[in-house]
Design a binder for this molecule. Structure first.
Ligand code: NDP
Ligand code: MG
Length: 353
């Protein structure tokens, strides 16, 4: 198997590379892409061609990717930039192991439709979606139940004074900065609901979220007869990454098995008042048009502004709500339109900061 790793220097990219180092995935690394980080050492170690994409044109990036002739592309690029790579891979007919959730939040049904047309498989890497993907098999559940860790502030009443440093310390997962802040505000779970709707073709009312602090149950499906299937493991992104690359049940000794000695699993409901980014995502999904694009694009700006101390933690949901109060009813009919709407939403968020 020839594997192209996009976002190779990031948290998910390095999880894949570590899995390859440990022999958990047998493949030839055919291409490595980062934004600005040097890939010299990885390129030498993995004997792979490499490209730092910053400053390169889309056609240069495309030729590099095509010349690597991958069997599968791991899209582990962060943020809205990931959509471009997803589209490139679809157009070139490469299967995608998709970590970049923004691709589906922005491109939604259009991405899935184009992939189907081209016979491209989109295999989720996001842990919740990976769990649902492997539970589904030929089952047709009534509801999808996505688990949420609740982030660093689930037990904290007053979020007004949250600092950047506090928001960057996630209790369970060590991840890139954007997704870590999104986990603290609830925007990550919001994006995951939108992502699940596109991936599995479920309407918002059949996608539930439950807070599960231990991050051991990665998600669940609820059947018509009331039975619920869940996927459990120690929290480690190696499992969904390897599962996407080797196929469900394809990995061996990927994570050490759970010990059930005194294992407490707790479930709590989401608090819409303190974490309004989730209900706002549901609202964006229900309103259709380009509301989810506005949600993702403005969130990216707001996270950048929070990280540079320009706005407060609670400004993120407050400004998101104001952005969503604008008119985003236009249904995008092309990827160029998505890009244009993204730009408009970024500007709207900037103006409100
Ligand atoms: P990181 O911030 O750790 O890494 C991002 C990677 O993308 C880096 O290699 C970066 O390169 C690269 N990159 C950024 N912009 C571009 C660009 N325009 N062109 C090429 N490469 C680019 O992110 P994560 O690994 O945390 O997350 C990646 C994606 O996976 C996100 O969409 C996230 O939501 C999703 N995800 C992550 C999880 C996790 O555990 N981390 C879990 C589930 C989903 P450089 O080093 O040069 O900046
Ligand atoms: Mg996730």
């Amino acid at each position: 198997m020839r594997l192209a790793i996009l976002g190779a220097t990031g948290s998910v990219g390095m999880t894949a590379i570590n899995a390859i180092r440990k022999g958990l995935v047998s493949c030839t690394v055919a291409a490595l892409i980062s934004s600005t980080s040097s890939l010299d050492d990885l390129s030498e170690e993995l004997s792979s061609p490499a490209l730092t994409a910053s400053g390169k044109s889309d056609s240069e990036i495309r030729s590099f990717l095509v010349s690597s002739s991958p069997d599968i592309v791991l899209n582990a690029v962060s943020g809205t930039a990931g959509l471009k790579y997803t589209l490139m891979a679809i157009e070139e007919g490469f299967d995608i192991a998709l970590a970049n959730k923004e691709s589906l939040v922005l491109g939604g049904d259009m991405v899935m439709r184009e992939a189907r047309k081209k016979g491209v498989r989109i295999i989720p890497v996001d842990s919740e979606h990976s769990a649902i993907y492997s539970l589904l098999k030929d089952r047709s559940p009534r509801n999808l139940i996505i688990t949420a860790s609740g982030g660093p502030f689930f037990e904290r009443d007053d979020l007004s004074g949250v600092t950047v440093e506090e928001a960057l310390s996630h209790p369970v997962w060590k991840m890139g900065e954007k997704i870590t802040i999104d986990s603290a505000t609830g925007a990550n779970k919001g994006q995951e609901v939108i992502e699940a709707a596109a991936l599995f073709g479920f309407p918002p009312e059949r996608i539930k979220v439950v807070v599960h602090r231990q991050s051991i149950v990665h998600s669940m499906i609820e059947m018509d007869d009331g039975a619920v299937y869940a996927l459990l493991s120690r929290p480690d992104m190696t499992l969904p990454v390897v599962s996407a690359l080797t196929g469900i049940d394809g990995g061996k000794d990927v994570v050490s098995p759970l010990s059930f000695d005194n294992l407490d699993l707790t479930f709590r409901s989401w608090d819409d008042e303190r974490f309004p980014m989730l209900p706002l995502a549901y609202e964006a999904l229900r309103r259709k048009g380009s509301y989810t694009i506005a949600y993702a694009a403005s969130d990216e700006v707001l996270v950048e502004r929070f990280l540079s101390h320009d706005i407060s933690f609670c400004d993120i949901p407050r400004i998101t709500k104001s952005v969503l109060d604008m008119d985003w009813s236009e249904e995008p009919s092309s990827f160029d339109m998505i890009t244009a709407i993204m730009e408009r939403a970024r500007k709207a968020a900037e103006a409100l900061c």
